[in-house]
Design a binder for this molecule. Structure first.
Ligand SMILES: NC(=O)c1ccc[n+]([C@@H]2O[C@H](COP(=O)([O-])OP(=O)(O)OC[C@H]3O[C@@H](n4cnc5c(N)ncnc54)[C@H](OP(=O)(O)O)[C@@H]3O)[C@@H](O)[C@H]2O)c1
Length: 266
């Protein structure tokens, strides 16, 4: 009975992980959500192997409670931890790092700290809290959903100068994954940072400004992927990522790979 914990599981890519993993009745899937009031889609799966628990990755006590509940469900172990939850870019994402308006420089510091706090500190706290269970699991895998935005080569080759605070947080979490992999290689615990590709998880129509910014970003990305046509659906992305998880070995533990299992980010 392989067991999975997924953070940020109520929508988007996290929900698709729950949907696909729980389709196998043998899997035990523990969906961590920030707000148990927004789980209609999770509940509508109506699967007895899905367990919904509350946890905000920015709140260590909530993670500790969720880990204790998880241990009760699984008998004290966990096979795969999927760190999917993240703070996504905000309305200043289209600004380069030196483009914050004069007089609002503090906002750059605020954005850097806020994204780092959730996307790096929150992920490290989640891993540290669930590691004792993973150590007792059979598969012993810890996955972090990162982003191609955190890749230096993509940034330089495409001229992708915006999305600084978000990209910096993802580059930092990739290093955290490498550190854990280095530490836990002797114990056979495998770590992976993976980008899901560009995935359509929007829950509302984009504003004209958001559409314009998205078009500019795609124009840049087309420099490195001229044949790229459209964003993936969450289910397409998750199907591809699950194959990469299966191929994780001690040799590539700690790597930062795309949904294709390589360094093609789109
Ligand atoms: N979509 C893409 O194209 C893309 C590309 C590259 C990387 N990614 C990465 O893929 C992952 C999922 O992205 P997505 O597109 O599915 O995003 P999404 O639809 O915006 O969902 C984000 C999820 O994270 C949760 N979350 C946010 N902050 C949290 C916190 N402090 N504690 C617990 N949960 C929290 C959200 O919960 P609430 O519903 O409560 O807000 C939501 O469930 C993220 O790590 C993202 O950086 C996505």
């Amino acid at each position: 009975m392989p067991s999975y914990v997924i953070t940020g599981a109520n929508r988007g890519i996290g929900l698709a992980f729950v949907r696909q993993l729980s389709a196998k009745p043998d899997n035990v899937v523990i969906a961590l959500v920030r707000n148990v009031g927004t789980v209609d889609e999770l509940k509508s799966l109506n699967r007895s192997n899905v367990h919904i628990l509350q946890a905000d990755i920015g709140d260590l006590a909530s993670l500790q409670r969720a880990a204790a509940e998880t241990a009760k469900i699984t008998g004290g172990s966990l096979d795969v931890l999927i760190n999917n939850a993240a703070m996504l870019p905000n309305e200043r994402d289209a600004l380069p790092l030196d483009g914050y308006p004069a007089g609002q420089e503090q906002l750059l510091a605020d954005d850097l700290v806020a994204l780092f706090t959730v996307n790096v500190v929150g992920v490290a706290h989640t891993i540290n809290t669930f590691l004792p269970l993973v150590k007792k699991g059979s598969l012993k895998k810890v996955i972090v959903i990162s982003s191609g935005a955190g890749d230096l080569d993509l940034t330089l080759a495409s001229g992708y100068e915006t999305s600084g605070p978000y990209s910096i947080s993802k580059a930092a979490v990739n290093m955290a994954v490498a550190k854990y992999a280095a530490e836990y290689k002797p114990q056979g615990i495998l770590f992976l940072a993976i980008s899901p590709g560009l995935v359509d998880t929007a829950t509302r129509a984009l504003t004209a400004k958001e559409l314009e910014d998205a078009k500019k970003m795609v124009t840049k990305f087309k420099k490195i992927a001229p044949n790229w046509e459209r964003p993936l659906t969450a289910d397409e992305s998750v199907e591809m990522m699950l194959k990469v998880f299966d191929d994780l070995t001690p040799e590539n533990s700690g790597a930062f790979l795309s949904h294709k299992g390589n360094k093609e980010w789109l």
